[in-house]
Design a protein around this ligand. Structure first.
Ligand code: HSE
Length: 332
């Protein structure tokens, strides 16, 4: 049960903190069997087959901006340099090519490792191929944190609603846009609200992906493929972001007791991200950086969930649940 963490930004560090805080839980459940044997950030890495202390990694990163003392040019060589069982891939997302994250995931699956990821780009671009690769190599590929952060939408649909016919999912899948739209509703200008969302650590490094609707579109693709069994990619989604939303539009919605929200929608035939009018007080009219989703299925009817869509510990919470599920399967 050796873990390699690829990516040591907000989410990777959050995971290290969570693993440290759950040390007793892990010991009770799995004995001394779970350890981090390797970590890399964008330039450096550190490995130790005996296990690395999570909080030492966090401190070193805070002090030196690097997680390891050794630099690298080829991430795949680093992955090959130590024996591990589970790759946690949390490097920065790339919506266009899948970036290094995609290469890391493919490499790990090809080598027979289980993979847990929150990295949206690789999943949105190559979902079908990655699932097929994982199946061929009898590996697990888990990605709860890639949609809705701590809001447990993927595993809810896969586990609790297994056997249901899910008819539609509509939801707020981007905290940055929701924050901006909520603040505009209280009279704040777009640019100032975006700056605040960046300061809160919600916006992507390049926030065009958030406000342009691309981040929500990635999540729509992940839901369509994993919950609806579709075989779609990013370019199949009809995307309208929130950059065209004026203060006048917000005021008009307000005068009708409505709010504007960026809604992602998936059905068997629809894939869409667009700003929509939502009645004030409706379960999807959540404020701030919250995410929310309404799942409609044939037996259960509508189920609404809401939760924190991003954040250091919140996203690590989703990884933790995937990790425990993979570890439990390995124990059997
Ligand atoms: N930038 C994303 C958001 C982060 O604002 O929701 C979580 O995917």
């Amino acid at each position: 049960m050796r873990i390699f963490i690829a990516g040591f930004g907000t989410v990777g560090q959050g995971l290290a903190e969570v693993l440290d805080s759950r040390e007793i839980f892990f010991k009770k459940r799995y004995g001394d069997n779970v350890k981090i044997v390797g970590v890399m950030d964008s330039k450096t890495y550190v490995t130790d087959p005996e296990g690395l202390a999570p909080m030492d990694l966090v401190s070193r990163k805070a002090e030196t901006k690097r997680v390891g003392s050794r630099t690298y040019t080829d991430a795949l060589e680093v992955l090959d340099s130590v024996d591990y069982d589970i790759l946690v891939e949390v490097s920065p997302t790339n919506y266009e090519t899948g970036g290094q994250g995609l290469k890391n995931i493919v490499h790990a699956l090809e080598c027979g490792k289980d993979v847990i990821t929150t990295n949206k780009g690789p999943l949105a671009i190559k979902f079908g191929d990655l699932i097929a690769l994982a199946r061929r190599n009898r590996c697990k590929l888990k990605f709860e944190g890639s949609v809705g952060g701590a809001m447990p939408i993927i595993n809810l649909c896969h586990d609790n609603l297994v056997g249901e016919k899910i008819q539609s999912i509509r939801g707020i899948l981007n905290g940055t846009c929701n924050y901006i739209l909520s603040k505009m509703d209280s009279g704040q200008p777009f640019e100032q609200a975006l700056k605040e969302a960046q300061q809160l650590g919600y916006a992507e490094a390049d926030p065009t992906g958030d406000v342009g609707g691309y981040d929500s579109a990635c999540k729509v693709v992940i839901l369509a493929n994993s919950v609806f069994g579709r075989n779609v990619t990013f370019s199949d989604v009809s995307i309208t972001g929130i950059t065209g939303i004026t203060e006048e539009a917000i005021a008009l919605a307000k005068s009708r007791n409505m709010v504007v929200r960026l809604i992602g929608e998936v059905t068997d035939t629809k894939l869409e991200v667009a700003p929509r009018l939502v009645p004030r007080g409706h379960p999807l009219a959540v404020t701030g950086t919250l995410n929310a989703a309404q799942i409609l299925s044939d037996l259960a009817g509508p189920i609404t969930i809401t939760g924190r869509g991003a954040g250091r510990l919140e996203t690590a919470s989703a990884i933790l649940s995937d990790l425990i599920s993979v570890l439990d399967d390995r124990e059997e």
